[in-house]
Design a binder for this molecule. Structure first.
Ligand SMILES: [Mn+2]
Length: 348
């Protein structure tokens, strides 16, 4: 297992100097943020990012994400150009020696929360998701809390986009995903890049839009859309794990044994009511997930890929990108490394 940390580039308040000082930290998860979605990433920009990270004694282990243009998810004729650009990006990433690409296939909205600064009893703040509140939100009113959603859609663009998705079924989305993979995975194979889809967060439909990367059965269907070792998964405990229907350790063991887990996001959540949850510190006793069992599952399947602490709370007065402060994620990384050392030593 390689411990990694997400870094949002030069605009990130958290610096590479700080990340390097976290004990046991070896790698960076990052992306190029100033290229419009759908355009190819030039090799020079990728090399620039990689060199900067390496100059700080770290390695660029994962690109998270290369975003998938909406026209690909919608299956529009214009997808051809965007898929062609995506393939070019994968080839360039391969040439730069980047081993893993994380992406997702959620229509319109990336990860969604109902509040970004919920105050926990200890005074720290966390992201939370309350299904009832989300049901009352109107994507056209701009009152959404969308931390993972970095877009400049106007109200009109948004309305048009939602209209285009109106008649789309889950099966249509599966077909469009399959079409995308059939073209991209052979290029990933040639380029020695492991593609790792991130589960939908939360793992159920929101605002009437279909979501399909949601549970073990669908992950199984996904890996067979194109049966290649390069067609794999990012397993995110904080996404799949927000429902008791998804048993994270067993999902990690099942797909890990098949060699299809290429990246792990590990974080804890506290399930409050059905379809509602609060993000918690990484510690098992602070949430609903058993983080020891999750790390043990990665260990037992011989996982050698990157893992990162996922979202953290805001603690010690830190302000910054919701879920992506330095302190709580650093504590998370240290805790995960501690569990790993204990698991390794008890298995000797
Ligand atoms: Mn995640």
């Amino acid at each position: 297992m390689k411990m990694t940390f997400r870094w949002y580039g030069d605009d990130d308040k958290v610096t590479l100097e700080q990340i390097r000082q976290i004990p046991g930290m070896v790698g960076i998860v990052s992306a190029i943020y100033d290229i419009p979605v759908g355009q190819a990433w030039p090799l020079e920009k990728i090399m620039e990012l990689k060199n900067k990270i390496e100059a700080h004694g770290l390695t660029l282990e994962v690109i998270e994400s290369v975003p998938v243009h909406e026209d690909i998810k919608l299956g529009l004729p214009s997808r051809e150009e965007y898929i062609s650009n995506y393939k070019e990006t994968i080839r360039n990433l391969g040439q730069a020696g980047i081993p893993v690409v994380c992406y997702n296939f959620m229509p319109v909205f990336d990860w969604t929360r109902s509040q970004l600064d919920y105050v926990l009893p200890d005074g720290s703040t966390a992201l939370i998701y309350d299904q009832k509140l989300v049901e009352q939100m109107d994507p056209l009113k701009g009152d959404l809390q969308l931390p993972g959603w970095d877009s400049s859609y106007t109200k009109e663009d948004m309305k048009n986009l939602l209209d285009q998705y109106r008649s789309m079924t889950e099966e249509d989305l599966w077909a469009n995903l399959e079409y995308f993979l059939q073209q991209v995975i052979p290029v990933a194979e040639e380029s020695q890049v492991k593609m790792a889809i991130h589960p939908d967060d939360p793992p159920w439909p929101i605002f009437g839009l279909p979501r399909i990367i949601t549970n073990k059965e669908n992950l199984e269907r996904f890996i067979h859309l194109v049966d290649s070792p390069n067609n794999g998964l990012t397993l995110c405990s904080g996404s799949l794990g927000v429902t008791y229907d998804n048993d994270m350790p067993s999902i990690i063991r099942y797909f890990g044994a098949k060699g299809r887990v290429h990246f792990g996001h590990v974080r804890n959540v506290k399930i409050t009511t059905e379809k509602s949850f609060e993000e918690a510190s990484h510690l098992s006793s602070d949430g609903s997930l058993d983080i020891y069992e999750i790390m043990k599952a990665y260990h037992d399947v011989g996982f050698e890929g990157p893992i990162r602490p996922d979202h953290g709370r805001m603690i010690w007065g830190e302000t910054g990108r919701p879920g992506y402060g330095l302190y709580d994620r650093a504590l998370g990384a240290t805790y995960l490394n501690g569990l790993w050392e204990a698991i390794e030593k008890s298995n000797k």
